[in-house]
Design a protein around this ligand. Sequence first.
Ligand SMILES: Cc1cc2nc3c(=O)[nH]c(=O)nc-3n(C[C@H](O)[C@H](O)[C@H](O)COP(=O)(O)O)c2cc1C
Length: 542
Amino acid sequence: MARNDETQVARRFHDATKYLEVPEEVNPQRFAMGTLPNVENAIWQEDWSIEPVPPYKVYEDLPRIEIPLALPSMEVAREIPQGTMPALQALVAYGDEPQGKRVPDRDTLVRIAMLSNGFLKTGGHRADGTVIEYRTAGGTGARYHLEEYFITGDLEGLEAGIYHYSAQDHSLRQVRKGDFRRVLMEATGGEPSVAEAPVILAMTSTFWRNAWRYKGRAYRHAFWDAGTTMTNVLAVAASLELPAKVIFGFADAAVNALLGVDGDREATLLLATIGRGGDPAAEAPPVTALNHRVRVISEREVEFPIIGETHRGSSLASGTEAATWRAHPLVRLEPEPASDRMVALRPLADDALPAMPIEDLIRKRRSTRNYDTDVAIDFEAFSTLVDRSTRGFACDALAPGALPLHEQFLIVHAVKELAPGVYKVHPQRGALELVKEGLFREQSTRLAAMQEYAGKSHVNSYGLTDLDAVLGAYGNRGYRLAQFEAALYGSRLHLGTHAVGLGAVGSTSFDDEVVEFLTPGREQMAYLFVFVFGKRRRKAAS
Ligand SMILES: Cc1cc2nc3c(=O)[nH]c(=O)nc-3n(C[C@H](O)[C@H](O)[C@H](O)COP(=O)(O)O)c2cc1C
């Protein structure tokens, strides 16, 4: 694949899955997906008889591996031991620390999986009356669709193999026996961290579980939710003093075949190495076809072809292609601030960070949609969150120390010492640039697809990218990377809010209106990710 030339697939997908408001005569629902005149209803969810249930993968013929803390799920979340590292420190670990040999054991892997894709608690009902089982990481519409697999050498408590984390009973199931890490070394074109890793995590999406509601846009959600979930994975790994690195360059078909997923209905989104050192990878057994019985989640599934087209069109065929693909990461240059209206951030020092560890924070996190519009949030807390969220993470396709692929804009409604307005974040200067002054609560609500919580919150944080530059550097696969990267940065900040007594929620937005409002005149910009945060309004005592 000539990576710089082929970008049409990603562009077509982006245009076909934009959200916008349309006149009533175009679509009576007003809220549509696509680009005029080619628009369609945004939300599907038409046939409740085929609602994907349960929202997790169940291997019906594989025995569960007994592990300690095999309690009902909510209790597991509560019983998992706390780390000692402050959450705001764990959240910003780059991923290469600490140095030296670091080999996780079985219980450590289960702990990472639990705190990123396990059950948190039940609560609330869906429109059809079923109870929602919330997970430890948020997910678009609670239409959870991600699975985690571990490809391991011999570890303490676990023989070499490929394991699926089974959320339903908080356990592992062995999908293959044997050390298959060499298959991944080849599929990634010899990515150095893979060669050193005792464990490689593979994250997949079963697109239908999300697409049943969101149609083709589920493919964006795959990378948003992967970013949200990987925030937990990386932070918990950091808290356990395990290095970790995200890998986006791999031969898709080879990895899917290894996991025994078809690459179409369920596909690998990313890999991540966990730990360093231990026994070197042995010669891998042959990768035979797998026929494990998996629980049917819908009697019939509907295909949204743009998902498959985009995924196939952004796939890599071999390890050699993967190595070439990642060889020249985009190093974005930031122009000088356009104005002299700069505000220096005033973050808390490391030794003044709140002590709350990441495990506790994950247990307490839930989406916040009710904000206290009578108060402003503290500038130090705000500065700490923004400052910490701009630090990078180890990823094979991103240059260490480079600016993120996206630009971050904050619509500030109520932060002490800051004039309300739109600010651009300048990570390397530790500063914000005021680009538009004013109280934009109404505009925030409108941009977030008319969701009022965005206008009532204290800050909206938007990630936008120059799509020409990203696709020019990475081809179609850059679209996956850009969505994921913006989501991961955003989710770090999102999660961090809870450490300073605030709350947050992800959102969806009207694509073109966001670009017009935040980066007027820059048509190459694309809206990627938004979440909002602030001080929660406590329920009035009755
Ligand atoms: C990327 C992302 C986008 C989201 N978008 C919206 C949204 O547009 N509106 C909304 O009410 N909630 C949104 N959410 C919140 C989810 O609905 C929420 O995470 C899910 O219901 C699980 O609940 P919890 O976060 O309280 O665990 C979003 C979450 C994520 C991670």
